[in-house]
Design a binder for this molecule. Structure first.
Ligand SMILES: Cc1cc2nc3c(=O)[nH]c(=O)nc-3n(C[C@H](O)[C@H](O)[C@H](O)COP(=O)(O)OP(=O)(O)OC[C@H]3O[C@@H](n4cnc5c(N)ncnc54)[C@H](O)[C@@H]3O)c2cc1C
Length: 505
């Protein structure tokens, strides 16, 4: 009889574990609290607009990279149309001066030297590292748990030439690196490359990927992308139970060892299984579904001491005219500051003009989105729960004030506004259950560097975790690769040779 695996969460990680296990002869079922696949990798429809809620770049989007080969096991990558941006983003100040952060390293170097010649040394450091990283080939991430001496050797061989730079720049945060700039425009441009607490090395590597055109955007958007993986999983014989919120991971003990033996949903229904994988939020998995019984002091300290990517509000506007811009992503000042919540007042805004994807707005019209980071998830959840009318009014106010604050830069918006939407941290928690509404799990800070969390728990057999909560930095590749890794470990445990099936192979 086939071994049965219960998987919690139909995000990219959960569907990845499920697909690889189906390829290897397991019977799997995914339980998902929402009614859609994808988790954070999602989109939603409003008034004829297809609001994208996730993918800015998909690492492994082009051939020649091991990650591309892994994606091609889940998605027919040849059929995916990829758009590569020329400009990562453009930062503009009050006087209209701007820096274009080009994805091509040569153009970027020229632009930065031209705009901030006094920061030649900082620019040289960034450009030198990004150029070096552009020839780095990542090994196909086998889980650490299965590493052999040969794998270690191969990793050292591949990464050896870059270790010095990786080590040096993983110890410097984006904020500290930006702090070296004398030119205020360059300082702000670098500060806003990603969350300021993250190691600068990760954006240097991103620049290298962008330069190589291996981190493009899949036309159609995030939900369409997630649905392709759902399609693959279902075609391989997997099953997804939507609207199925899991409350408990069941365990049994044979006296000396504890084993996971199934899951229980919010209706109290039990689903017995030989193995359980949680690809859902890490905090809920460890402290609620397993009631904290298998959290050792190291994991506890990790959850207490490390910094999460913040939660966020997403403003989405449908404008019934075309908006032209050479950079699709820009940050510029608002004409007046806008209070978002008790801890956040915006004086500038980062927007994305989605005209590069014709599927997101009706012809001749434009979808604009803006991500507004906020760690005020409690405020938003309480406001929504206790004062729903105020919650709605606050959202209306924020939309109104942001629209008005952007008009100086973007031209008339209010008169052309035919769709408006503001999701909040309460929305993120409601639909994905991510802890504190975080959008990517743990930040790779200088103190965390490249550290990964174990995929299993000491003291609990037949249980694994996959996804952004075991792989700091999160992201779609981590979801894919941790899912793949867990499937490989389960194959090893049951004496099977791990096999994969690619499209067009
Ligand atoms: C705005 C935004 C932009 C992003 N941009 C990028 C990008 O450009 N490139 C990139 O690589 N990454 C990006 N990311 C990050 C990326 O989307 C995530 O890191 C990745 O999708 C995480 O996948 P996951 O499967 O680990 O987790 P999730 O997507 O969180 O999936 C977990 C799933 O588990 C379900 N679940 C949770 N609890 C339960 C329960 N109790 N019972 C049943 N089901 C449950 C959830 O509903 C969810 O579907 C972005 C994220 C956001 C929000």
């Amino acid at each position: 009889m086939k071994k049965k695996v219960s998987i919690i969460g139909a995000g990219i990680a959960g569907m990845s574990v499920g697909s690889y296990l189906q390829m290897n002869g397991f019977e799997t079922e995914i339980h998902e609290l929402h009614n859609l696949p994808g988790g954070l990798c999602t989109s939603w429809q409003r008034n004829g607009y297809n609001i994208d809620g996730c993918i800015h770049w998909l690492v492994g989007s082009a051939e020649g990279q091991s990650l591309y080969n892994a994606w091609n096991e889940l998605i027919d990558m040849k059929k995916l149309q990829i758009y590569d941006h020329d400009i990562f983003y453009q930062y503009e100040d009050e006087s209209g001066k701007c820096i274009r952060f080009y994805n091509n390293i040569d153009l970027l170097e020229k632009e930065l030297l031209e705009k901030a010649p006094e920061d030649r040394e900082v620019i040289r450091d960034y450009i030198h590292a990004a150029r070096r990283f552009s020839s780095m080939k990542l090994p196909l991430g086998k889980p650490r748990e299965l590493f052999t001496l040969k794998d270690m050797g191969e990793t050292v061989f591949r990464l050896g030439p870059y270790l010095g730079l990786l080590n040096k720049w993983s110890k410097v945060s984006i904020a500290d690196f930006a702090g070296r700039c004398r030119n205020p425009l360059l300082r702000k441009t670098i500060e806003n490359l990603f969350v300021p607490e993250m190691g600068i090395v990760f954006v240097m590597i991103t620049t290298a990927w962008m330069h190589n055109k291996t981190a493009g955007y899949p036309i159609g958007g995030s939900l369409a992308f997630s649905k392709l993986i759902e399609e693959r999983y279902l075609a391989l014989g997997g099953r997804i139970h939507y609207h199925s919120r899991i409350e408990e991971i069941m365990t049994r003990s044979d006296g000396s060892r504890n084993q996971a033996c199934g899951i229980k949903d919010s209706q109290g229904k039990e689903y017995p299984a030989d193995f359980v994988v949680s690809a859902a939020d890490g905090y809920t998995t460890l402290f609620r579904m397993l009631k904290g019984r298998f959290v050792d002091s190291k994991t506890n300290a990790f959850y207490n001491n490390n910094l999460l990517f913040p939660s966020y509000l997403q403003l989405s506007l449908g404008i019934s005219r075309m908006l032209e811009s050479s950079a699709s992503s820009l940050i510029f000042p608002l004409t007046q500051a806008v209070k978002i919540d008790p801890a956040n007042t915006l004086s500038e805004i980062g927007i994305r003009i989605h005209s590069f994807d014709p599927n997101l707005a009706p012809e001749g019209k434009t979808l604009i989105t803006a991500l507004i980071p906020s760690r005020e998830h409690k405020y938003w959840v309480n406001l929504r729960t206790d004062e729903f009318e105020n919650y709605k009014e606050e959202k209306e106010r924020i939309i109104r004030e942001l629209v008005s604050g952007m008009e100086k830069r973007l031209g008339p918006l209010a008169d052309y506004l035919e769709m408006k939407d503001l999701s909040t941290p309460a929305t993120v928690i409601r639909y994905t259950n991510n802890w504190k509404g975080s959008f990517e799990g743990w930040i790779m800070t200088p103190s965390l560097g490249f550290r990964q969390l174990p995929l299993s728990l000491r003291g609990l057999d037949n249980f694994w975790m996959a996804g952004q909560w075991v792989s700091p930095g999160g992201g779609l590749p981590s979801a894919l690769m941790t899912g793949r890794g867990v499937a490989e470990i389960i194959c090893r445990k049951t004496g099977r040779k791990f096999k994969t099936e690619s499209f067009n192979s």
